[in-house]
Ligand binder design. Structure first.
Ligand code: 3HC
Length: 306
């Protein structure tokens, strides 16, 4: 009976036994996992676009090769995550339809433009840095396929973060123009990176259940705080500043207090009114249409050989 199944499910979660695709799970658990994993996958795919803008404009061949490797990694992350989501009985086509129709979200951060080469550094350091903060705990998520996909993704994320920081470090040792470019990118990417962690806990409809089911191990605000604490130290190495005059060490909480995040901006971006939302979605839809002949050829071949 369902009660026995749900007892078994709750026992597994509380005893840290992974839930696997063939296990019984509450419908809402399945639904929230499909929601989170598919949107995570969409974020990886859309996340390739801002940086792709600089692959042909990288300042050296070495930088071009590193950026190319990073963007290819993001594509791979997307495919791992779509595969993890498929184990929950949703098809790849359904997920793509949800992205293209606007029914599914992707991370707000990818709706901002990459205006200079320093943006590639700021994205690596801040966006991939925030992603690591958020994704390391997901390696311990209660759903097996998601947790295991995260282990591989986190290893690559660390390379993404390091190469981004190194781009900024190089610029911070350059001439005044390069220093200004570095600071400008940090100023533009700092606040949107804090928004990546999601709304404040008291405005997060999913956090409570996700914590109970051990999908999430920390709340949005807890991870955001950890991220701020780390970045305040790292930005000193760059000799740069973070664009928040309210940053102040708080001995009681052993962390930095920081300024107010512009949640109106966050919700506007989620509604599709960010600087690049239309462009990003149009690019994804065009890629899907342009790839139709390859999918059709592969299907035709499959039918021929089977
Ligand atoms: N961008 C877009 N939507 C966001 C968002 C953001 N930054 N933060 C929250 N939301 C959405 C949520 O999806 C939810 O909407 P939904 O119910 O329609 O899905 C709503 O806002 C309320 O947020 P909640 O906090 O209640 O939702 P969650 O509990 O799902 O928490 C999350 C949001 C922290 C993003 C969580 O979904 C998560 O940890 N996802 C996995 C990690 C992820 O997706 N990261 C995105 C970046 S991927 C990346 O950076 C790639 C790297 O290689 C660069």
């Amino acid at each position: 009976t369902t009660t026995n199944f749900s007892l078994q499910f709750n026992n597994k979660v509380s005893n840290e036994i992974k839930i696997e695709p063939k296990d019984w799970m509450p419908d809402d658990y399945r639904k929230t996992l499909i929601r989170q994993i598919s949107q995570h996958a969409h974020s990886e795919l859309v996340g390739m676009l801002p940086e792709a803008n600089w692959i042909s404009r990288a300042p050296t061949l070495k930088r071009k090769a590193i950026l190319l490797a990073k963007v290819q990694d993001e594509a791979g992350h997307g495919l791992y995550l779509y595969s993890a989501a498929e184990t929950l009985n949703i098809t790849r086509e359904e997920m793509y339809d949800q992205l293209h129709s606007g029914a599914a979200k992707y991370s707000s951060i990818f709706n901002y433009p990459t205006l200079t080469w320093a943006d590639v550094g700021a994205i690596g350091w801040l966006v991939d840095g925030a992603a690591i903060m958020n994704q390391v705990p997901l390696c311990r998520s209660s759903y097996g396929p998601y947790a295991r996909g995260m282990v591989r993704i986190c290893k690559e994320e660390s390379f993404h973060q390091r190469q981004g920081f190194e781009v900024l470090l190089t610029l911070s040792k350059g001439n005044d123009y390069q220093k200004a470019m570095c600071q400008d990118a940090i100023n533009r990417w700092w606040w949107p990176s804090l928004m990546m962690f999601g709304p404040p806990d008291d405005q997060s409809p999913n956090t409570l259940k996700s914590m109970e089911w051990k999908i999430k191990r920390f709340t949005n605000d807890e991870l955001r705080q950890k991220f701020v604490n780390v970045c305040v130290e790292q930005v000193k190495v760059l000799g740069m500043t973070l664009p928040d005059k309210d940053l102040k060490w708080n001995e009681d909480k052993k962390g930095y207090d920081f300024g107010t995040i512009n949640w109106d901006e966050f919700y506007q971006v989620l509604k599709g009114n960010g600087p690049c939302n239309t462009e990003r979605l149009e690019t994804r839809k065009k890629a899907w249409e342009d790839g139709k002949w390859i999918r059709d050829a592969a299907t035709a071949y499959q039918q021929k050989v089977s």
